[in-house]
Design a protein around this ligand. Structure first.
Ligand SMILES: Cc1cc2nc3c(=O)[nH]c(=O)nc-3n(C[C@H](O)[C@H](O)[C@H](O)COP(=O)(O)OP(=O)(O)OC[C@H]3O[C@@H](n4cnc5c(N)ncnc54)[C@H](O)[C@@H]3O)c2cc1C
Length: 469
């Protein structure tokens, strides 16, 4: 067999599974079709780490609780930004308040501490900018925000450092049974393995003996009834907590602060709302939002609880983890741990004695003291060469982001890892320099460098003979 375990998909689920499985003496590969990990839904989401108090589903609640604890631990271990900002759910009428009371009781039964049912006055002490009618609130101190792609990259890096073979730009086309395992066919290779953990939405496993969900049934279609408004931080009365307010039977509004400033306003309505309606709803929770504050809008289907952990073929070695659950980032480490432990047991795998549960060191010039800056520059002069002026990102950090395990190979890859080109000038000063560094490090021509995918060249070609190009 080529591999003991093959993980399909490099989102937060695939990366956390690869990390958990890399603790065992197994030969493991992860296959991702894009140039980078966490390049799909794990990159675009609202980044909230739930605590298990909001859902009525007991199994999901327990996984969320475990997941949120594992995420806090991983963020501290791997230097991923994590802010426990807390959440407030506001209740105005009798029905809302009954719902909050139910959630509160459930939290107590589930052993989730630091969840409180509080009065309007207490809520206003916690979030003085609240400017919407409500009588009571459910306050959870546990709810946090993170950068999920940073967490996925951290899991991926540690997995790679512990021997997982991460294969990019390879698309799994189908998976079929062979004696005592599977044949996994990609657009480039054919692999054999004992176990497959499939984390992609599309079902690619063909097993005639098993009546699996047909492709048609497994993709459930929803209308895009959830709109998200990315709002800048120029709002006078911005809210610092995650705040949820039900407006009527069909509509609720959410405020979710971003880790890097600004916030996302989410509006759930049976229909996709237009920008004027959206801003009107958003203003009900956070007054003072104008169109000019909105930098991006996206819509998605609100699919509350869809989560599939299909282990019907577990005895054969095939597990599928998919679904569009609103808290899948939170669930990811808990699901990964549960299935990895079960697979290791099935394969009678032993734990690695030399497992390195650490991420290679990296430096953020903008967060360093003057002494620390001088020290790092004396060790490597490239840390003294600022490439991105807005976010104070140095050449040293960019080179490190390329040379790390699973290093950046695209402009987006550098931006996500370092924050370069994500400042106010949107890269007008630094993108040219970043392209040249990437080309130099990858031994490519600058015209071969891509933004994020195969057909996304940054520079189309040469128009003049400049020395630098
Ligand atoms: C708008 C929105 C907001 C959300 N907010 C939150 C939140 O606040 N908190 C929370 O906990 N969760 C949240 N979620 C849920 C969460 O973000 C996603 O469910 C989660 O990121 C999905 O991770 P994944 O690994 O399952 O999938 P993905 O991130 O989609 O990863 C799948 C990977 O598989 C790769 N792939 C696909 N097909 C193939 C193939 N054939 N071969 C090889 N590779 C392949 C893809 O390129 C991709 O990288 C939100 C989701 C959405 C849509």
């Amino acid at each position: 067999m080529d591999y003991d375990v093959l993980v399909v998909g490099g989102g937060i689920i695939g990366c956390s599974v690869a990390y958990e499985m890399s603790k065992y003496n197994l030969n493991i590969a992860l296959i991702e079709k894009h140039y980078d990990i966490a390049d799909d839904i794990s990159f675009i989401n609202t980044s909230v780490v739930y605590d298990g108090s909001e859902t009525s589903d007991t199994v999901m609640a327990s996984l969320e609780k475990i997941g949120s604890e594992l995420i806090e631990e991983a963020c501290s271990k791997f230097k991923v930004t994590y802010k426990k900002i807390g959440s407030l759910r506001l209740g105005d009428n009798d029905e809302d308040i009954l719902n909050l009371q139910d959630m509160y009781k459930r939290a107590k039964i589930r052993g989730i501490d630091k969840v409180h049912l509080i009065s309007q006055e207490e809520a206003l002490n916690i979030e003085p900018n609240l400017n919407i009618p409500f009588k009571k609130a459910l306050y959870s101190e546990n709810v946090a925000i993170i950068t999920p792609y940073d967490l996925a990259i951290a899991y991926g890096e540690v997995a790679a450092d512990n021997g997982v073979n991460v294969r990019f730009e390879e698309e799994v086309l189908n998976i079929s049974n062979i004696s005592k395992g599977f044949k996994v066919t990609t657009n480039k290779n054919k692999f054999t393995c004992r176990v497959v953990i499939n984390t992609i939405a599309k079902e690619v496993y063909i097993d005639e003996n098993i009546d699996k969900l047909s492709e048609e049934n497994s993709i459930i279609k929803f209308s895009k009834n959830m709109s998200y408004y990315l709002v800048d931080d120029n709002i006078d009365k911005a809210l610092e907590k995650i705040v949820v307010k039900v407006l009527d039977d069909n509509t609720f509004v959410l405020n979710m602060p971003n880790i890097s400033g600004g916030s996302i306003l989410g509006i759930k309505n049976p229909r996709a709302v237009n920008i004027d309606d959206g801003i009107e709803y958003a203003n009900m929770l956070v007054p003072g939002i104008h169109k000019s504050n909105v930098s991006n809008i996206f819509s998605d289907a609100y699919k509350k609880d869809l989560m599939v952990i299909d282990d019907t073929c577990m005895d054969k070695g095939y597990i599928r983890v998919t679904g569009t659950h609103y808290g899948k980032i939170t669930l990811a480490p808990a699901i990964a741990k549960t299935i990895s432990d079960a697979i290791a047991l099935n394969l009678k795998a032993t734990e690695k004695k030399d497992f390195i549960d650490r991420r290679r060191e990296f430096y953020r010039f903008r967060d360093m003291t003057m002494d620390e800056r001088n020290e790092i520059i004396s060790l490597d002069k490239r840390y003294g060469n600022i490439i991105c002026l807005c976010n104070q990102v140095t050449e040293g950090e960019i080179v490190d982001s390329i040379r790390r395990p699973l290093g950046a190979r695209t402009l987006q890859g550098i931006k996500r890892r370092t924050g370069a080109a994500l400042g106010n000038c949107h890269g007008s000063f630094c993108v040219r320099k970043m392209v040249n560094i990437l080309a130099r490090e990858m031994d490519k021509k600058p015209t071969e460098i891509v933004e994020d995918s195969k057909d996304s060249k940054v520079w189309i070609g040469r128009i003049k003979e400049f020395d630098e190009v």
